[in-house]
Design a protein around this ligand. Sequence first.
Ligand SMILES: CC(C)(COP(=O)(O)OP(=O)(O)OC[C@H]1O[C@@H](n2cnc3c(N)ncnc32)[C@H](O)[C@@H]1OP(=O)(O)O)[C@@H](O)C(=O)NCCC(=O)NCCS
Length: 310
Amino acid sequence: MRPDLEIGPPDDATATAVRTLAAAAAAADGVPPLSEQPLLNLRTDSADLTHAVVRVSDDVVGYAQIDRGTDPASAELVVHPDHRRRGLGTTLLRTAVRDARLPARSGAPGRRSGPLHVWAHGYVPAAQAFAATLGWEPVRDLRILERALPPADSDPQLPDGLRLRTARPDDDAAWLDLNSRAFADHPEQGRTTQADLDARRAEAWFREDGLRLLAPDDGGAPLGFIWTKVDPQNPSEGEIYVVGVDPGAQGCGLGRALTIAGLAQLAERGCTTAVLYVDGDNAAAVHTYAALGFDTRATDVQLAPSTTRE
Ligand SMILES: CC(C)(COP(=O)(O)OP(=O)(O)OC[C@H]1O[C@@H](n2cnc3c(N)ncnc32)[C@H](O)[C@@H]1OP(=O)(O)O)[C@@H](O)C(=O)NCCC(=O)NCCS
């Protein structure tokens, strides 16, 4: 049966079939092929997203999502384990490369730098061989760190005059501003919008007290925040979801204090393991988390066309 390639936003049935495809690949490869944002994007359409679906008969057997709103443009792709080694991955990758050349509609003009980056979660052997054949190579690594809970030390020792409090909906503007400044150089986190925040609030894992601000007692603007996440489907594992510090207050130990506060909250919620994601080249964060007892569990990579091939 000949495969068909469709481009366009998925309807509900297609979105469900993509989630099922991702689950089948995760079971075969031991690591989910699509991360949180592309899964959320199956529900929230954006002008900068392209969805490419490969069907055989009516079954969804391959999927790629291309995001032209990130800098550089990024993509995630997956082929069903029963339909691999038939060229579908190559077709999806070529589709993504072509699509990524289109201009971003929502991003600032001219901010695009460099070629498309494709995520390979866990960088499993199939992805390594696929990348090598097509002449792509890792250009960024995102480490998944873990440590056991509870932490030996659960006192964050916050500086005088600052306190940690639950973020309220009327803090959204201040949080978005702080997040964009704390992650100004980060390709994804720094571009979080009100719509992204609202999408997370609608998720089953969201808890109001999971997002806390570190703010002056006198009510001034927050200097940092800690956001924890516990997936109800996997309650023994909690995530230090995002920790951010105002650039003007970095280097004073606030990131460490906020992470300790997050670990203590995850332990209180009954988690026995804490995980977090950190870019391999973020030396300050990697150092902070190593000092707090985190070890590397796995590494995701972003691939780009090998410069030796260009
Ligand atoms: C990586 C992935 C997308 C490849 O999909 P695919 O449809 O099997 O890829 P193709 O058939 O187009 O493979 C093209 C070439 O890559 C190489 N390749 C792909 N998978 C391979 C494997 N498991 N072992 C050895 N070589 C492999 C081969 O040279 C292959 O050509 P050939 O079959 O003629 O020898 C698929 O394995 C997958 O979905 N993995 C999990 C998700 C993932 O890692 N995504 C990130 C991709 S960068």
